[in-house]
Write a protein that binds this ligand. Structure first.
Ligand code: TYD
Length: 202
């Protein structure tokens, strides 16, 4: 089973992956966790280029292709082999982030993005996607406080609002795959909600 965590900035995706993986391992599942962009040595180098605050000249199309380059490597090297061996893969972001950020955020054509995503992933789609959803200002404030501020966080609040609205549009277009979790709740309550959804699906 391939599970992805998605959402606007500051929803706590990265925090939740570890305890969720532990919880599933205790129940006998072979769980592999990963994150995007990155998750492989080559992907982590691409991540640095994407995140560098001084890469302000980066064009949204360049950005889109770099995300797909990192993703192609991750899918082939890590995700597909683990799924083929019968394991569970938990990914902190995946292709829906491209549609939300580069599509709804930057306004690049969704059909073209869907096509390069298909090329990068060979058509691999998640079985379940959790949208850790929260107000954009609250989320960005959390990120400022965490000190993990990167080039993409620094896009305007309006950009991040479009991203959040984009995630909601993606949910509505494929409700069987998506579950929305209210990420403004206390972190333990969010983790509990995530566990319940995942257990119900496994
Ligand atoms: P990261 O520090 O991992 O942020 P977060 O904890 O919010 O996931 O940085 C990933 C950034 O890259 C984040 O701002 C979302 C963005 N992103 C895209 O714009 N497109 C993509 O396809 C992916 C995977 C991420």
């Amino acid at each position: 089973m391939f599970i992805t965590l998605e959402g606007p900035e500051g929803g706590g995706k990265t925090w939740h992956v570890k305890p969720l993986a532990e919880f599933l391992r205790q129940r006998g599942h072979a769980v592999l966790t990963t994150r995007e962009p990155g998750g492989t040595p080559i992907g982590d180098q691409i991540r640095q280029v994407l995140h560098r605050l001084d890469n302000t000249a980066m064009n949204p199309r360049t950005e889109s292709l770099l995300f797909q380059a990192a993703r192609a490597q991750l899918v082939e090297q890590i995700i597909r082999p683990h799924l083929a061996a019968g394991g569970v893969v938990l990914s902190d972001r995946y292709a829906d982030s491209t549609l939300a950020y580069q599509g709804y955020g930057h306004g690049l054509p969704l059909e073209q993005l869907t096509s390069i995503i298909g090329f990068a992933t060979g058509g691999l789609k998640p079985d379940l996607t959790l949208l850790l959803d929260l107000d954009v200002e609250i989320g960005l404030n959390r990120k400022v406080k965490s000190g993990e501020w990167n080039r993409l966080d620094a896009y305007t609040v309006e950009f991040h609002r479009r991203v959040r609205a984009g995630f909601h549009a993606l949910c509505q277009a494929d409700p069987a795959r998506w579950v929305i979790i209210d990420a403004s709740q206390p972190i333990e309550a969010v983790q509990e909600a995530i566990r319940q959804v995942v257990m119900a699906r496994l």
